[in-house]
Design a protein around this ligand. Sequence first.
Ligand code: ADP
Ligand code: MG
Length: 232
Amino acid sequence: MLTILSVDKVTKQFRKHEVVLKNVTLDIKEGTFTAMIGASGSGKSTLLNIMSGLLKPTSGSVLYKGKNLTMFDDNEIANFLRNDVGLIFQNYYLLSHLTVEENINIGISNTGRHYELNEISKVLGIENLLRHFPSELSGGQQQRVAIARAIMKKPSILYCDEATGALDEANSKKVISLLHRIRQQYGITIIFITHNHEIAKTADRVITIKDGMVYRDTTCTNPISVKQMSWA
Ligand code: ADP
Ligand code: MG
């Protein structure tokens, strides 16, 4: 399997605050689903933001398909975020005055590469919601719209920061199983931060972050299916 992302000796310190990431080194293989777990404040979001190009590390490097993101200028980062990266957060960040369809089409141009809205909305089971406004949708539906928006432009890598953190069990399971499906169908690499150890069991790999370091890194040859998850 190809390495899509290479994090090498990354450290991060916010001004005079304490060091948040300490020498993090890891490779991500293309098409894999990696769960990242760890206590609150351990540095997961900071690491994810550095891996997605949103933040620059204090030292160390991040290679995306061999290109050094840390050397990119603002323009190159903007292009990288626009073309290669999907982002999903705990809060869906849908625009309330736009319909579901308009939200999904944000940032999609006729000339740029993108999936067909019909196809993606069917995959995510939101094809009947396209004319609705976000306030008319449940949390689970809104998160599925956010996923549709994130993957419409055919990103190669999807970063999810506690994407199911605000959802109940049934909706979380639905979102997780859709993410696995998207990965299979489109070969998108997924990095998924979660507090939920059952969700982590569905991943190919579980990275535990502790005090800004990789504390444990486990590859799972036999991840459980979403149906096998027992919710704690
Ligand atoms: P996690 O996602 O694991 O909860 P974070 O990466 O959000 O952890 O935060 C790790 C540490 O970095 C925390 O102590 C947090 O307060 C600190 N931190 C995060 N962002 C900033 C920032 N912009 N400025 C100063 N400190 C920050
Ligand atoms: Mg976080």
